[in-house]
Design a protein around this ligand. Sequence first.
Ligand code: PEP
Length: 253
Amino acid sequence: MRTPLIAGNWKMHGSRAGIGRLLTDIRAQIDPNGRAELLVVPPFPYLDLVASQLDGVPVAFGAQDVSAHAEGAYTGEVSAAMLADCGCTHVLVGHSERRTLHGESDESVAAKFMAAQAAGLCPVLCVGETLAERDQDRTEEVVQRQVGRVLKEAGIAAFSRAVVAYEPVWAIGTGRTASPVQAQAVHAVIRAQLQAEDATIGGQVRILYGGSVKPDNAAEILAREDIDGGLIGGASLQADSFMAIYRAANQVC
Ligand code: PEP
């Protein structure tokens, strides 16, 4: 049985005071008997603050991006070793906002994935199709290409230390969600692709759904067989909505 993971991507939001309050409220709502794991993903400048506030608290934290390079003259970039040094355990790679706004290719996402693992971080590999690609019936082809590039570069064994997040681009921050049936269908495609390489690893890898998950739609999405949690943007910025999704995961997963 895969342990559900509820991850909050705070994107470029927050302040020291706001994140401090958010973490206080999250901490107060952790269920000591809950099965779901929690992960928060703040902007880089707040990693130290998050590390100190989560010391001894069963909530992991990570970063939203990472350099593919280990060290050197890459102004503005942050290496995986630096993130690990700050206490991160996870890092998002290939979030659609990185792919579309910052021109990240499948190749650079694969390089970031491997750089993360080389430093001991668990990459959260984000994949998903645009609305135009879905309308052209190309969803499977797109997500298989995105996952396939990482498989080709890193190999299937790497997926025993990774999480995949399926995030249809048209559902991120738009209020539109993939229906549970649509989401499950794509999750099953991704799992089958990984299981074709290694049945055990493919069966164990956690595949999160992301795209306008809210407290009122979380339970029916998270109840699906191949959906092992959520990557939550907007609803993770308020402890009450984020933790309502966490409670839904504890109930249905
Ligand atoms: C995200 O940022 O990855 C995301 C899924 O955002 P939202 O929940 O706001 O759609």
